[in-house]
Design a protein around this ligand. Structure first.
Ligand code: AMP
Length: 207
């Protein structure tokens, strides 16, 4: 079974959205390094204190810290039958170090045009309570509340000035992973510029 999975793609491609669905479908955990760091920032742990300013600037957390965090997370019980990594690896160093630890089954590379990435990130809003994501460009109404009662907020690093830095970092540091995984025969390309359900059914068809 395909169970050790990486979601790759430009920021805003829909990696998290698809990872959550795939996680329910395959019953394996969705592991988002960004989410781990955001939780650490919120709880003001030593990791969070280190990561906060880096993340707010749109930069990448140093490789050794990220690899250590992922290695620890994969030791937990729920990850023993597989996982979906979202936002990791993000550099060639991370990918190479990870290859020493694990044998991946599949890398889904979700593609969208760069202009779409900018638009999606600027429009993204997240429920402060249940973490459900919305997009003001997609929503039928302009509600400021989630049905759960939580307020819809913008991620600090989704603000316009930071989005450009994140995209530049993606192009410079993460894009080389496409060739890396293509050479390893792990890459499956998925058109992310479609309805969420369509993207997911394209992913399912390849399993
Ligand atoms: P994300 O939620 O995946 O967009 O991640 C949010 C932020 O967390 C990124 O902009 C980085 O600052 C940091 N981060 C998440 N994953 C990684 C990673 N694999 N390597 C370095 N930094 C990361």
């Amino acid at each position: 079974m395909i169970s050790k999975i990486v979601m790759l793609g430009i920021v805003g491609a829909g990696k998290g959205t698809q990872a959550k669905r795939l996680s329910r479908y395959l019953d394996i955990p969705h592991i988002s390094t960004g989410e781990i760091f955001r939780e650490a920032v919120k709880k003001k742990t030593p990791l969070g204190l280190k990561a906060k300013s880096i993340m707010e600037a749109g930069d990448l957390v140093p490789d050794d810290i990220v690899i250590g965090i992922v290695e620890e997370r994969l030791k937990e019980d729920d990850a023993q039958d597989g996982y979906i990594l979202d936002g990791f690896p993000r550099t060639i160093t991370q990918a190479k170090e990870f290859d020493k630890l694990e044998d991946l089954d599949r890398v889904f590379y979700i593609t969208i045009p760069e202009e779409e990435s900018v638009k999606r990130l600027k429009g993204r809003r997240i429920c402060s309570k249940c973490k459900k994501e919305y997009n003001i460009y997609l929503a039928d109404d302009d509600t400021e509340e989630c049905p759960c009662g939580g307020k819809l907020i913008q991620r600090e690093d989704d603000k316009e000035e930071t989005v450009k830095i994140r995209i530049d970092n993606y192009i410079e540091q993460t894009e080389p992973l496409i060739e890396y995984y293509r050479k390893n025969n792990l890459l499956v390309e998925i058109d992310g510029d479609q309805e969420i359900d369509e993207v997911f059914s394209n992913i399912k068809e390849t399993l």
